[in-house]
Design a protein around this ligand. Structure first.
Ligand code: SAM
Length: 237
């Protein structure tokens, strides 16, 4: 159950400083920090989170992408408490092991039910990429409303992703793949990324090989269905 989950009332009130301490723009004790704290109590980062891994599981994608995108802040969002804590510990250990280079400071994980309140965490057009890797399939028709791709949720993704940004999807369940393609294709804010462009994107191979589910499917010699969708410009009225 997610009853005890807390959410920021707005993106501006979200305090990211404990998630990305190396990116806090106002060092502790500085005059700027004191004045910030006096106004809203939130320590600001020098840049915004730009990449979200929704239902990140054990964090394989996050820790593989972090060194490849060292100047981008990546966030894993996971509903299971113990799994979230595992990813947080994993990142903490990687940060300590790489203290000399500063790698992994750009990755973090928080516990959230992303089907609720995504716009509480992210401003309009804040994100450049969202990953939906091996989402729970919820096979039964009466469970389809629990799928993390739907007309309503796609409108939330469209709100938080900037025009030109990409939604990445991968699954081993063909029915879910078709469902995701159908829902993004029919949404006016998204268009499918052509296959040649998809295969040239280095995040796609990371998604196939570095996610824990991707590795499991590999061991079982199962299929992997990939689809990417570009966030389109909003029409002018
Ligand atoms: N993305 C990972 C991977 O590819 O290895 C994990 C895939 S796992 C099958 C699906 C994950 O989504 C689980 O860890 C589950 O707890 C998480 N999840 C399901 N619903 C969620 C929600 N509403 N908000 C956040 N995480 C969710």
């Amino acid at each position: 159950s997610d009853h005890q989950l807390t959410y920021p009332v707005s993106p501006e009130s979200m305090d990211w400083s404990s998630y990305y301490p190396a990116f806090v723009s106002t060092p502790p004790g500085s005059a700027v920090e004191d004045s910030n704290a006096a106004t809203d109590g939130v320590r600001k980062l020098s840049q915004d989170v730009e990449v979200a891994d929704i239902g990140c599981g054990f964090g394989g994608l996050l820790v593989a992408l972090a060194p490849k995108l060292p100047n981008t802040l990546l966030l894993g969002m996971e509903i299971r408490t113990q799994v979230t804590e595992y990813v947080q510990d994993r990142i903490k250990a990687l940060r300590a092991q790489n203290a000399d280079t500063g790698l992994y400071q750009n990755a973090a994980c928080l516990r959230a039910n992303t089907m609720k309140f995504l716009p509480n965490f992210f401003k309009k057009h804040q994100l450049s990429k969202i990953f939906l890797c091996f989402p729970d399939p919820h096979f039964k028709a009466r469970k389809h409303k629990a799928r993390i791709v739907s007309t309503t949720l796609n409108s939330e993704y469209a709100y938080v992703v900037r025009p030109g940004g990409i939604i990445y999807t991968i699954t081993d369940v063909e029915d879910l793949h078709n469902w995701m393609v159908q829902h993004f294709d029919s949404h006016p804010s998204f268009a499918r990324v052509p296959e040649d462009e998809q295969e040239a994107d280095e995040c796609v191979s990371v998604m196939r090989t570095e996610t824990e589910e991707g590795k499991k499917v590999e061991r079982n010699k199962g299929p992997k269905f990939v689809a990417l969708f570009r966030r389109l410009e909003d029409p002018e009225w």
